[in-house]
Design a protein around this ligand. Structure first.
Ligand SMILES: *Cc1c(COP(=O)(O)O)cnc(C)c1O
Length: 369
Protein backbone atom coordinates (compact mmCIF):
# COMPACT_ATOMS: atom_id res chain seq x y z
CA UNK A 1 0.00 0.00 0.00
CA UNK A 2 1.29 3.46 -0.86
CA UNK A 3 2.68 5.62 1.92
CA UNK A 4 0.43 8.57 2.87
CA UNK A 5 2.66 11.55 3.65
CA UNK A 6 1.75 13.90 6.47
CA UNK A 7 1.48 16.71 3.93
CA UNK A 8 1.13 17.15 0.19
CA UNK A 9 0.33 20.60 -1.16
CA UNK A 10 -2.35 21.26 -3.78
CA UNK A 11 -1.18 23.15 -6.87
CA UNK A 12 -4.25 22.88 -9.04
CA UNK A 13 -5.07 26.52 -9.78
CA UNK A 14 -3.12 29.01 -11.86
CA UNK A 15 0.27 28.05 -10.43
CA UNK A 16 1.57 26.56 -13.69
CA UNK A 17 0.18 29.37 -15.81
CA UNK A 18 1.77 32.12 -13.72
CA UNK A 19 5.09 30.31 -13.48
CA UNK A 20 5.10 29.96 -17.26
CA UNK A 21 4.49 33.70 -17.46
CA UNK A 22 7.65 34.28 -15.40
CA UNK A 23 9.64 32.10 -17.76
CA UNK A 24 8.12 33.62 -20.89
CA UNK A 25 8.84 37.17 -19.74
CA UNK A 26 12.19 36.24 -18.16
CA UNK A 27 11.09 37.95 -14.93
CA UNK A 28 12.44 35.58 -12.32
CA UNK A 29 14.16 37.83 -9.75
CA UNK A 30 12.56 39.83 -6.95
CA UNK A 31 12.08 42.72 -9.39
CA UNK A 32 9.32 40.86 -11.24
CA UNK A 33 5.69 42.07 -11.17
CA UNK A 34 4.21 39.14 -9.21
CA UNK A 35 6.09 40.24 -6.08
CA UNK A 36 4.29 43.59 -5.73
CA UNK A 37 1.02 41.97 -6.76
CA UNK A 38 1.31 39.22 -4.15
CA UNK A 39 2.18 41.75 -1.45
CA UNK A 40 -0.76 43.97 -2.36
CA UNK A 41 -3.29 41.14 -2.56
CA UNK A 42 -2.04 39.49 0.62
CA UNK A 43 -2.18 42.80 2.54
CA UNK A 44 -5.78 43.30 1.38
CA UNK A 45 -6.72 39.81 2.45
CA UNK A 46 -5.35 40.39 5.96
CA UNK A 47 -6.62 44.00 6.20
CA UNK A 48 -3.17 45.52 6.53
CA UNK A 49 -1.70 48.64 4.99
CA UNK A 50 1.74 47.21 4.21
CA UNK A 51 3.03 43.76 3.29
CA UNK A 52 6.74 43.05 2.86
CA UNK A 53 7.55 39.70 1.26
CA UNK A 54 10.57 37.75 2.51
CA UNK A 55 12.17 34.37 1.91
CA UNK A 56 10.58 32.39 4.77
CA UNK A 57 8.67 32.64 8.04
CA UNK A 58 11.77 32.32 10.19
CA UNK A 59 13.52 35.36 8.74
CA UNK A 60 10.19 37.20 8.87
CA UNK A 61 10.46 36.95 12.66
CA UNK A 62 14.15 37.89 12.65
CA UNK A 63 13.48 40.96 10.49
CA UNK A 64 10.63 41.86 12.86
CA UNK A 65 13.00 41.89 15.84
CA UNK A 66 15.41 44.14 13.96
CA UNK A 67 12.60 46.45 12.79
CA UNK A 68 11.39 46.86 16.40
CA UNK A 69 15.00 47.29 17.62
CA UNK A 70 14.69 44.41 20.05
CA UNK A 71 18.14 43.90 21.57
CA UNK A 72 20.32 43.42 24.61
CA UNK A 73 18.58 44.17 27.90
CA UNK A 74 15.13 43.53 26.42
CA UNK A 75 12.81 40.69 27.31
CA UNK A 76 10.37 39.09 24.89
CA UNK A 77 7.47 36.90 26.06
CA UNK A 78 6.65 33.87 23.90
CA UNK A 79 4.93 30.49 24.18
CA UNK A 80 6.92 27.56 25.60
CA UNK A 81 5.08 25.37 23.10
CA UNK A 82 5.98 26.61 19.64
CA UNK A 83 8.42 26.45 16.78
CA UNK A 84 12.09 27.21 17.45
CA UNK A 85 11.99 30.09 14.92
CA UNK A 86 10.30 32.30 17.53
CA UNK A 87 12.87 31.69 20.23
CA UNK A 88 15.69 31.86 17.68
CA UNK A 89 14.67 35.33 16.54
CA UNK A 90 14.68 36.60 20.14
CA UNK A 91 18.01 35.00 21.00
CA UNK A 92 19.69 36.17 17.78
CA UNK A 93 18.54 39.71 18.52
CA UNK A 94 20.41 39.47 21.84
CA UNK A 95 17.26 39.69 23.96
CA UNK A 96 16.06 37.40 26.74
CA UNK A 97 13.22 34.98 25.93
CA UNK A 98 10.57 34.60 28.64
CA UNK A 99 8.20 31.63 28.40
CA UNK A 100 4.51 31.08 29.05
CA UNK A 101 2.87 27.64 29.22
CA UNK A 102 0.06 26.64 26.88
CA UNK A 103 -3.61 26.04 27.50
CA UNK A 104 -4.30 22.27 27.61
CA UNK A 105 -7.33 22.50 25.31
CA UNK A 106 -6.43 25.05 22.62
CA UNK A 107 -2.63 24.46 22.87
CA UNK A 108 -2.21 28.23 22.57
CA UNK A 109 -0.38 30.47 25.00
CA UNK A 110 -2.21 30.69 28.36
CA UNK A 111 -3.12 34.36 28.66
CA UNK A 112 -3.53 34.14 32.43
CA UNK A 113 0.21 33.69 32.74
CA UNK A 114 1.27 36.52 30.48
CA UNK A 115 0.68 39.54 32.69
CA UNK A 116 2.81 38.12 35.52
CA UNK A 117 5.77 37.91 33.16
CA UNK A 118 5.61 41.55 32.08
CA UNK A 119 8.14 43.91 33.66
CA UNK A 120 10.09 47.09 32.82
CA UNK A 121 12.35 45.22 30.44
CA UNK A 122 9.55 43.61 28.42
CA UNK A 123 9.81 44.92 24.87
CA UNK A 124 7.44 42.61 23.00
CA UNK A 125 5.06 39.69 23.24
CA UNK A 126 4.93 37.12 20.45
CA UNK A 127 1.46 35.62 20.01
CA UNK A 128 1.54 32.47 17.90
CA UNK A 129 -1.72 31.05 16.57
CA UNK A 130 -1.22 27.32 16.97
CA UNK A 131 -2.34 24.47 14.69
CA UNK A 132 -5.46 26.23 13.42
CA UNK A 133 -6.96 28.03 16.42
CA UNK A 134 -6.15 31.65 17.27
CA UNK A 135 -4.79 33.03 20.50
CA UNK A 136 -7.47 35.08 22.28
CA UNK A 137 -5.72 38.16 20.96
CA UNK A 138 -7.90 41.13 21.96
CA UNK A 139 -6.79 41.04 25.62
CA UNK A 140 -3.18 40.91 24.42
CA UNK A 141 -3.70 43.91 22.15
CA UNK A 142 -5.08 45.81 25.15
CA UNK A 143 -2.33 44.68 27.50
CA UNK A 144 0.39 45.67 25.03
CA UNK A 145 -1.24 49.02 24.35
CA UNK A 146 -1.64 49.71 28.06
CA UNK A 147 1.97 48.77 28.90
CA UNK A 148 3.65 50.22 25.81
CA UNK A 149 4.84 46.82 24.56
CA UNK A 150 4.98 45.67 20.95
CA UNK A 151 2.68 42.83 19.93
CA UNK A 152 4.14 40.49 17.32
CA UNK A 153 1.65 38.11 15.77
CA UNK A 154 3.06 34.94 14.24
CA UNK A 155 0.28 33.88 11.89
CA UNK A 156 2.30 31.26 9.99
CA UNK A 157 -0.30 28.60 10.77
CA UNK A 158 -3.39 30.69 10.27
CA UNK A 159 -3.88 31.92 6.70
CA UNK A 160 -7.62 32.32 6.26
CA UNK A 161 -8.37 32.00 9.99
CA UNK A 162 -10.66 34.61 11.55
CA UNK A 163 -10.82 35.83 15.13
CA UNK A 164 -14.08 37.62 15.96
CA UNK A 165 -14.68 37.71 12.22
CA UNK A 166 -11.41 39.51 11.48
CA UNK A 167 -8.42 37.87 9.77
CA UNK A 168 -5.51 36.63 11.86
CA UNK A 169 -2.38 38.53 10.97
CA UNK A 170 -4.36 41.75 11.33
CA UNK A 171 -3.77 42.35 15.03
CA UNK A 172 -0.07 42.68 15.88
CA UNK A 173 2.05 45.83 15.51
CA UNK A 174 3.79 43.47 13.13
CA UNK A 175 2.48 40.12 11.98
CA UNK A 176 4.33 37.39 10.11
CA UNK A 177 3.44 34.50 7.82
CA UNK A 178 5.23 31.52 6.27
CA UNK A 179 4.50 29.94 2.90
CA UNK A 180 6.31 26.66 3.45
CA UNK A 181 4.54 23.78 1.59
CA UNK A 182 2.77 22.53 4.71
CA UNK A 183 1.16 25.94 5.34
CA UNK A 184 -2.30 26.84 4.12
CA UNK A 185 -0.90 28.59 1.10
CA UNK A 186 2.58 27.95 -0.21
CA UNK A 187 5.28 29.48 -2.37
CA UNK A 188 7.70 26.58 -1.83
CA UNK A 189 9.70 28.70 0.58
CA UNK A 190 8.52 32.18 1.49
CA UNK A 191 7.25 34.54 4.13
CA UNK A 192 5.49 37.86 4.68
CA UNK A 193 5.72 40.63 7.25
CA UNK A 194 2.72 42.93 7.65
CA UNK A 195 2.06 46.17 9.50
CA UNK A 196 -0.04 49.32 9.39
CA UNK A 197 2.85 51.50 10.52
CA UNK A 198 4.59 53.27 7.60
CA UNK A 199 7.88 53.74 9.49
CA UNK A 200 8.08 50.05 10.36
CA UNK A 201 7.17 49.15 6.78
CA UNK A 202 9.99 51.32 5.50
CA UNK A 203 12.46 49.80 7.96
CA UNK A 204 11.39 46.28 6.96
CA UNK A 205 11.89 47.17 3.31
CA UNK A 206 15.45 48.24 4.10
CA UNK A 207 16.20 45.26 6.34
CA UNK A 208 15.18 42.78 3.65
CA UNK A 209 17.33 44.50 1.04
CA UNK A 210 20.75 44.98 2.68
CA UNK A 211 19.75 48.41 3.96
CA UNK A 212 20.32 49.90 0.54
CA UNK A 213 19.16 53.52 0.67
CA UNK A 214 18.96 56.22 -1.97
CA UNK A 215 22.67 56.75 -1.56
CA UNK A 216 23.45 53.40 -3.18
CA UNK A 217 26.18 51.36 -1.46
CA UNK A 218 26.12 53.57 1.64
CA UNK A 219 24.53 51.70 4.56
CA UNK A 220 23.17 52.98 7.89
CA UNK A 221 22.55 49.54 9.37
CA UNK A 222 23.31 45.89 8.55
CA UNK A 223 20.48 44.30 6.60
CA UNK A 224 20.13 40.96 4.86
CA UNK A 225 19.02 39.73 1.50
CA UNK A 226 15.55 38.35 2.22
CA UNK A 227 14.02 39.08 -1.16
CA UNK A 228 11.28 36.78 -2.46
CA UNK A 229 11.58 35.92 -6.16
CA UNK A 230 8.99 36.50 -8.86
CA UNK A 231 8.70 32.71 -9.21
CA UNK A 232 7.71 32.31 -5.56
CA UNK A 233 5.32 35.26 -5.74
CA UNK A 234 3.70 33.81 -8.89
CA UNK A 235 2.87 30.71 -6.85
CA UNK A 236 1.66 32.92 -4.03
CA UNK A 237 -0.76 34.86 -6.23
CA UNK A 238 -2.19 31.61 -7.62
CA UNK A 239 -2.50 30.07 -4.16
CA UNK A 240 -4.13 33.15 -2.68
CA UNK A 241 -6.86 32.93 -5.32
CA UNK A 242 -7.83 29.57 -3.79
CA UNK A 243 -7.57 30.40 -0.10
CA UNK A 244 -11.30 30.18 0.65
CA UNK A 245 -11.42 26.81 -1.06
CA UNK A 246 -8.41 25.65 0.94
CA UNK A 247 -9.94 26.71 4.26
CA UNK A 248 -13.15 24.90 3.33
CA UNK A 249 -11.25 21.73 2.45
CA UNK A 250 -9.19 21.89 5.66
CA UNK A 251 -12.41 22.10 7.64
CA UNK A 252 -13.83 19.15 5.71
CA UNK A 253 -10.74 17.11 6.58
CA UNK A 254 -10.96 18.19 10.22
CA UNK A 255 -14.67 17.36 10.32
CA UNK A 256 -14.05 13.94 8.77
CA UNK A 257 -11.48 13.03 11.42
CA UNK A 258 -13.62 14.47 14.24
CA UNK A 259 -16.43 12.12 13.26
CA UNK A 260 -14.11 9.17 12.62
CA UNK A 261 -12.50 9.43 16.08
CA UNK A 262 -15.38 10.55 18.25
CA UNK A 263 -15.63 7.21 20.05
CA UNK A 264 -11.92 7.03 20.84
CA UNK A 265 -11.84 7.97 24.51
CA UNK A 266 -8.06 7.65 24.63
CA UNK A 267 -7.51 10.57 22.28
CA UNK A 268 -7.89 14.27 22.91
CA UNK A 269 -8.93 15.74 19.55
CA UNK A 270 -8.42 19.35 18.46
CA UNK A 271 -10.92 21.84 19.90
CA UNK A 272 -13.47 22.55 17.17
CA UNK A 273 -13.73 26.18 18.14
CA UNK A 274 -13.03 28.78 20.78
CA UNK A 275 -15.38 31.53 21.93
CA UNK A 276 -14.11 33.68 19.06
CA UNK A 277 -13.08 31.37 16.24
CA UNK A 278 -13.71 28.18 14.34
CA UNK A 279 -10.75 25.81 13.85
CA UNK A 280 -9.21 25.68 10.37
CA UNK A 281 -7.21 22.50 11.28
CA UNK A 282 -3.91 23.71 9.85
CA UNK A 283 -2.74 20.34 11.11
CA UNK A 284 -4.91 17.66 12.67
CA UNK A 285 -3.27 17.10 16.05
CA UNK A 286 -4.19 14.63 18.75
CA UNK A 287 -2.98 14.06 22.30
CA UNK A 288 -2.96 10.57 23.79
CA UNK A 289 -4.63 10.49 27.20
CA UNK A 290 -3.79 8.65 30.43
CA UNK A 291 -0.26 7.79 29.27
CA UNK A 292 -1.71 4.95 27.21
CA UNK A 293 1.38 5.16 25.03
CA UNK A 294 3.73 7.93 23.98
CA UNK A 295 3.38 9.82 20.71
CA UNK A 296 6.62 8.16 19.59
CA UNK A 297 5.10 4.72 20.03
CA UNK A 298 1.89 5.69 18.24
CA UNK A 299 3.80 7.25 15.35
CA UNK A 300 5.87 4.12 14.99
CA UNK A 301 2.74 1.98 14.72
CA UNK A 302 1.22 4.34 12.16
CA UNK A 303 4.49 4.35 10.21
CA UNK A 304 4.33 0.56 10.00
CA UNK A 305 0.92 1.02 8.38
CA UNK A 306 2.43 3.43 5.83
CA UNK A 307 0.94 6.55 7.41
CA UNK A 308 3.05 9.67 7.85
CA UNK A 309 2.94 11.59 11.12
CA UNK A 310 4.79 14.38 12.93
CA UNK A 311 5.32 14.87 16.64
CA UNK A 312 4.12 18.09 18.29
CA UNK A 313 6.67 20.85 18.94
CA UNK A 314 9.24 20.10 21.62
CA UNK A 315 9.01 22.80 24.32
CA UNK A 316 11.58 25.57 24.39
CA UNK A 317 12.77 25.00 27.95
CA UNK A 318 13.67 21.37 27.15
CA UNK A 319 15.68 22.24 24.03
CA UNK A 320 19.31 21.14 24.41
CA UNK A 321 20.52 24.48 23.05
CA UNK A 322 18.55 26.39 25.70
CA UNK A 323 19.91 24.19 28.46
CA UNK A 324 23.43 24.72 27.10
CA UNK A 325 22.85 28.47 27.15
CA UNK A 326 21.64 28.29 30.75
CA UNK A 327 18.16 29.49 29.79
CA UNK A 328 15.02 28.54 31.75
CA UNK A 329 16.91 26.67 34.49
CA UNK A 330 14.47 24.98 36.87
CA UNK A 331 11.43 26.32 35.01
CA UNK A 332 8.50 24.00 34.34
CA UNK A 333 5.72 24.21 31.78
CA UNK A 334 3.70 21.07 32.49
CA UNK A 335 1.04 21.40 29.79
CA UNK A 336 3.63 22.02 27.07
CA UNK A 337 5.64 19.06 28.33
CA UNK A 338 2.60 16.81 28.33
CA UNK A 339 1.38 17.58 24.82
CA UNK A 340 4.94 17.39 23.50
CA UNK A 341 5.27 13.87 24.85
CA UNK A 342 1.79 12.63 23.93
CA UNK A 343 0.85 14.78 20.93
CA UNK A 344 1.26 14.11 17.21
CA UNK A 345 -0.51 14.88 13.99
CA UNK A 346 -1.70 12.84 11.05
CA UNK A 347 -1.95 13.48 7.29
CA UNK A 348 -4.15 16.47 6.47
CA UNK A 349 -2.44 18.29 3.60
CA UNK A 350 -4.57 19.86 0.90
CA UNK A 351 -3.42 17.22 -1.58
CA UNK A 352 -4.88 14.31 0.42
CA UNK A 353 -7.64 12.30 -1.27
CA UNK A 354 -10.87 10.99 0.30
CA UNK A 355 -9.77 7.32 0.07
CA UNK A 356 -6.53 8.28 1.85
CA UNK A 357 -8.53 10.02 4.59
CA UNK A 358 -10.64 6.90 5.03
CA UNK A 359 -7.58 4.71 5.34
CA UNK A 360 -5.98 7.00 7.95
CA UNK A 361 -9.29 7.07 9.83
CA UNK A 362 -9.60 3.29 9.85
CA UNK A 363 -6.04 2.67 11.00
CA UNK A 364 -6.11 5.24 13.79
CA UNK A 365 -9.33 3.56 14.96
CA UNK A 366 -7.69 0.14 14.83
CA UNK A 367 -4.75 1.31 16.93
CA UNK A 368 -6.70 3.22 19.57
CA UNK A 369 -9.89 1.23 20.08
C1 LIG B 1 6.29 27.31 9.88
C2 LIG B 1 6.37 28.30 10.97
C3 LIG B 1 7.40 29.25 11.04
C4 LIG B 1 8.61 29.21 10.17
O1 LIG B 1 8.36 29.38 8.84
P1 LIG B 1 9.44 28.87 7.73
O2 LIG B 1 8.91 29.47 6.49
O3 LIG B 1 9.41 27.39 7.75
O4 LIG B 1 10.76 29.44 8.14
C5 LIG B 1 7.35 30.20 12.04
N1 LIG B 1 6.37 30.22 12.93
C6 LIG B 1 5.37 29.31 12.93
C7 LIG B 1 4.30 29.40 13.95
C8 LIG B 1 5.36 28.31 11.97
O5 LIG B 1 4.38 27.38 11.98
Amino acid sequence: MAFIPVNTPALEGNEGKYLQECVDTAWISSEGPFVKRFEKEFAERVNRKFAISVTNGTVALEATMQALKVGEGDEVILPAFSIISVLGAVVKAGAKPVLVDCDPITWNMDLNQVEDKVNDRTKAIVAVHTYGLPVDIDPLVQLCHHKGIFLIEDAAESHGLNYKGRPCGGFGDISTFSFYPNKLITTGEGGMVLTDNPDLAERLGLIKNLFFTKDRFVHEEIGSNLRMTNLQAALGVAQLEQIDLFVKRKREIGGFYNRAFKELKQLQLPAQNTEHAENIYWVYGMVIKDQLMTAKEAMKMLGQEEIGTRPFFWPMHLQPICQKMGLFVGEQYPFSENIAKYGFYIPSGLGITDPELSRVGAIVNKIFS
